[in-house]
Design a protein. Sequence first.
Length: 316
Amino acid sequence: MKRKKLISTLLTTVLAFGLLTGCGSSAADGSAAGAASEAADVQDTAAAEDASSEDANAEAAESEAASEAVEAKGTIKVAASPTPHAEILAEAKGILAEQGWDLEVTEFEDYVQPNLVVDSGEFDANYFQHIPYLDDFNAEHGTKLVNAGGIHYEPFGIYPGTETDLANISDGAVIAVPNDTTNEARALLLLQDNGIIKLKEGAGLQATVKDIEENPHNVSIKELEAAQVARVKDEVAFVVLNGNYALEAGFSVGKDAVAKEESDSEAAKTYVNIIAVNEGNENSEGIKALVEVLKSDKIQNFINEKYDGAVVPFTE
């Protein structure tokens, strides 16, 4: 509106100037022509700015329309361990939002509640555990949780505490391990693979300290709740940690582990971390969308770049 008033004023001035000076003066003609030219320039500039503004408004309208076109499909509630599970889910949240899904993530510090809240229906899924743990939990608690998709695995590692040389471990050294059935067995198997102990034949994934058959260094196995193991690293010779707890303790599996499960090992396949849901919900639209995003190239690249080998994407 202001531009139109300015143009109108300039044109009026040009006309008035022409009338006052008459048509016989060439100087007056020049001045009038200059004023007219200036008015025309202002008019052209205003027109261009108006067109640009209209284009910008059209683009904004198109963008808003596209945003509104994303149909809201619902909410997916997931219980997760803080590291790396909740971090990976946070990366997936934006991708799911683009598809119309609202991902809500609640962090849990233990390995029991995440399964209980899914079993009760309070949450749609959880992301913190591997299949052997899930199977053991179902058998112990009578739950019917199932695997909806494998996402990553975390190489188990032996990390230094008061000692750093596993090959020259002190006699009577104390080694802290997780106390839940499957993770304790995994820790003991890793110690066996590195010559610290020998288990009874066939102990496998059910191994406990009672299955230690040979203990040449007379090491003492300190059993602790998984979240507590890293916290005693300054009190024991070595700690055996899940990948997520190693990360929380500031360990790098590539730089700090004195021994670890290899990426092509059977353990990597056995202990893949999964999305777990109540039986019958594994094919629901929201869960399928969640698993698809977590297995996407974008999330796999995020995992590889962020976790320095402590978390590795699982590819089937």
